[in-house]
Design a binder for this molecule. Structure first.
Ligand code: AMP
Length: 220
């Protein structure tokens, strides 16, 4: 299965791709996570990306496309992958098409999660994650069962993303509207494009995605 989850920051792409990763045994490729790892490692890519990410802008297509090409050729992507946070520009979408063509692969579906802007801001500004295992939480919607202890690994340290601050969130939404939203018509024109109500409860969103994938599976 090869899938793209599209949507603005805070739409639930990360949450839903992690669920799909577990259910379908395919790799989640989150370019934002990959970049944060580069920044933490202080690599040349990380050093170049750090300021752009902190300001809520988009990292250059060259860097991202190179990173993505290396990632999809890893063995864990053989069974398939879910792209989360890529593509974010038309040149990235075109580069992905060329790469898939070269590898003689197709996309099964492009699924866009639709969420309105006030809800995105509320979701992003309350989120935090476990420093050890990266499990995601929210101050209002999803607190750990025991305060201060990660439900998944029992860790006690939590982090807020540097770019989840209110002023950066607005810049990220602007980048989405200006540079990423134009790829929706690009994929709609290619077919196999679906929208899902991302305002629904997390389980309901998962069911809607599963229903799309089941329908596609029945067609194949
Ligand atoms: P995310 O975790 O997907 O919200 O990404 C965090 C940040 O990483 C974004 O705000 C961008 O600065 C950068 N980033 C992640 N993916 C991409 C991409 N495909 N193209 C450009 N920049 C990206």
């Amino acid at each position: 299965m090869r899938l793209i989850l599209l949507g603005p920051p805070g739409a639930g792409k990360g949450t839903q791709s992690k669920i799909l990763e577990t259910e379908y045994g395919v790799a989640q490729i989150a370019t934002g996570d990959m970049l944060r790892a580069e920044v933490a490692a202080g690599s040349p890519v990380g050093m170049e990306a750090k300021a752009v990410m902190a300001a809520g802008g988009l990292v250059s297509d060259d860097i991202i496309i190179r990173m993505l090409k290396n990632r999809v050729s890893q063995p864990d992507c053989q069974k398939g992958f879910i792209l989360d946070g890529f593509p974010r520009t038309i040149p990235q979408a075109e580069a992905l098409d060329a790469l898939l063509h070269e590898m003689d692969m197709d996309l099964d579906a492009v699924i866009a999660l639709e969420v309105n802007e006030p809800v995105l801001v509320e979701r992003i500004s309350g989120r935090f994650s476990c420093k050890t295992c990266n499990a995601g939480y929210h101050e209002t919607f999803k607190r750990p069962k025991i305060d201060g202890t990660c439900d998944v690994c029992g860790g006690h340290e939590f982090i807020h993303r540097a770019d989840d601050k209110a002023e950066t969130v607005h810049a990220r939404l602007e980048a989405y509207n200006a540079q990423t939203a134009p790829i929706l018509p690009y994929y709609r024109a290619q077919g196999r494009f679906f929208t899902v109500d991302g305002m629904a409860e997390m389980d309901e969103v998962s069911s809607q995605i599963a229903a799309i994938l089941d329908r596609l599976h029945a067609l194949n």
